[in-house]
Structures are given as C-alpha cells and as structure tokens.
Ligand binder design. Structure first.
Ligand code: NDP
Length: 280
C-alpha cells in the first residue's frame, strides 16, 4: 500500500488543484512524493488528521474552512501564523504538528514578484475578515500599504481583526452598508468566499481609484464577478488568486523539502486552463 505522506485537507476539496501543483513541483525537484486531497468537515478534522499522522503523514495543507482549527491543532506555530490566527501548512515533528501560514507570503510574492507591483502607501480596502483576510491584512501591512479599511458582512469579525492587528491609526473598520461613502482605494482585495458560493457582492464602482489594483483571492469562475466589476469600474489591473495559490504552495513545498520550486511554469499551465474571465 502506498502511504499518502502529504495531503490537502478541506471541505469541499474534490476540485483542489494542490495535488497537481505539488506533483509538478516534486517532478521539478526530483522528489517522489504522494500528495492527495482528503475531505474533512470541521467536526471530524482533528480525528482525520490524527489518522493521517499515524499512517505516516508528514505534511498537510489546510484550506476552507479548516485554517483556524489547524492553528488550534498545532503544537507550535510560526510568528506569522500566530498573528493571523490561521494555519495553512502543517509539518509533522516529533512534538506534534508545526503550523505555518504561507498565504501572506504567497500573496505578496504574486503581487510584487510576478506582477511587479509596488504596494507601498496604497490606500487599501479589504473585503472579508475570515482566515484568508487575516493573513492578507498582516502581509499587506508588512509590505507597506497605507491606510487599511476592513469591511466584513458581520462587522464584529472585522472589528476583531482590527483589534488583533492593533494599529488604530492605520487600520479602520466600516460597515458594509457604508461602502458607497468610503471614497476610492488604490488596492481593493476581495477575501470573501462569496464567489465560491456563486453570490454577487454588489460593490459601488466609486471604490476603485484610477489605475487601482483589484485582487480577488479566489480564482477561476469564483472570481469572474469581481474581475468583471473591477474592469467595469476602470481598475488599472484586476487579478484573481491563481498566482497566490501557486506561490503559497511553493512556500509550503520549500518548508517541507528545503527547496523552492520554479512557480512560473506551473502558474502558466494552470492559467491556460483558468482564464481571468470566461471571455479572455
Ligand atoms: P472564511 O470562511 O474564513 O471567510 C469567508 C469570508 O467571506 C467571511 O469574511 C464572510 O463574511 C465572507 N462572505 C461569505 N459570503 C459572503 C457574501 N455573500 N457577502 C459578503 N461576504 C461574504 O474563508 P477564507 O477566509 O478561508 O477564504 C476566503 C476566500 O479566499 C475563499 O474564496 C478562498 O477560496 C479564497 N482563498 C484563496 C487562496 C488561494 O490560494 N488563492 C488562499 C486562501 C483563500 P462573514 O464573516 O460575515 O461570514
């Protein structure tokens, strides 16, 4: 029997691209690894993860809706994972699971490395306050954005995130109903899962400053609505989270295997299958 020593856990998980991405990275690096997708709802995740470890599991990626639970199950965690309160990369050590969060680094690598964008001083709107938004907020602030305004459907989660960040002069929260009164932004980040649920956000065009960058963390058809809105609003650039997906995977791969793969060939292959808009 082949032991799956690496896996991505989530719910749902059947459409995850992570097994393909890690297989391509392994091939590049000449590392034979067995990486599978394992479906685990939140209430059974701890038990499923323990069985995976008992069967020889050495590393795991964790996605929606398990990142906060993965943080809870980590015996130790990186500084960034502790700040984000969310873990997307688990590494098996003698003392238990070590938690990392590579989403923040992946986002910044995609924006500044792949797309050559300067994030400094950008007035930024972050939509959402879940696990991915938490990582994005910390990473963007570290990268030097200007004011950060966090807006979440449930305002208490936005407030909790702003409180956890603890930069009251730089980070503010507003209500979703106030979106029309917030002025314009140089960077608009959609970290909601609305697109994945095929729900429409109904955002005012006035949020988008001339030449602004709009970025949806989701990718494929889930990002079509936001990308179409951003283009219609006159954004200078509208991107989805495919680059983030590949970059966060490369960060995880390098934690587990000590070597960072080339991401462009894998990104370009997937982009050919997943255009930014169905019409591209
Ligand atoms: P969570 O479930 O933790 O958070 C979901 C967020 O979306 C919450 O803020 C929630 O608001 C908000 N939301 C959901 N539906 C709506 C709606 N109809 N209108 C407004 N807000 C809504 O998910 P994650 O933070 O883990 O993930 C968010 C998105 O980012 C997902 O689409 C995920 O696929 C994507 N992602 C992509 C990555 C990549 O590699 N490209 C990496 C990480 C995430 P509320 O609090 O009110 O419920």
């Amino acid at each position: 029997m082949t032991i799956a020593n690496y896996a991505v856990f989530g719910h749902p998980i059947s459409h995850s691209l992570s097994p393909r991405i890690h297989a391509a990275f392994g091939k590049q690096a000449g590392i034979a690894l067995n990486y599978v997708a394992i479906d685990a709802p939140t209430d059974t995740f701890a038990a499923v993860l323990a069985r995976f470890a008992d069967a020889g599991g050495r590393g795991a990626n964790v996605t929606l809706p398990l990142k906060q639970e993965a943080f809870r199950l980590s015996a130790s965690a990186s500084d960034f994972a502790q700040r984000a309160g969310a873990v997307n990369t688990l590494t098996r050590l003698d003392a238990g699971w070590r938690g990392d969060n590579t989403d923040g680094a992946g986002l910044i690598r995609d924006l500044t490395g792949r797309h050559g964008l300067d994030l400094r001083e950008r007035r930024t709107l972050l939509l959402g306050a879940g696990g991915a938004a938490r990582a994005a907020a910390h990473a963007l602030l570290d990268a030097g954005i200007g004011e950060l305004v966090i807006v979440n459907r449930s305002p208490e989660r936005a407030d909790a995130l702003a409180d956890a960040i603890g930069l009251p002069k730089r980070v503010h929260t507003r209500y979703w109903n106030d979106l029309a009164n917030l002025g314009s932004f140089d960077l608009v980040v959609n970290a909601t899962s609305a697109g994945v649920a095929r729900e429409t956000l109904h955002l005012p065009f006035a949020l988008v400053a001339p030449r602004a960058l709009c970025y949806d963390l989701s990718y494929g058809a889930a990002a079509f609505g936001f990308i179409a809105w951003a283009r219609a609003a006159g954004a200078g650039k509208a991107l989805d989270g495919l680059g983030l997906l590949v970059e966060q995977a490369a960060e995880s791969f390098s934690i587990w295997h000590g070597t960072r793969p080339e991401t462009d060939p894998v990104h370009d292959l997937l982009r050919a299958e997943l255009p930014l808009l169905a019409t591209d």
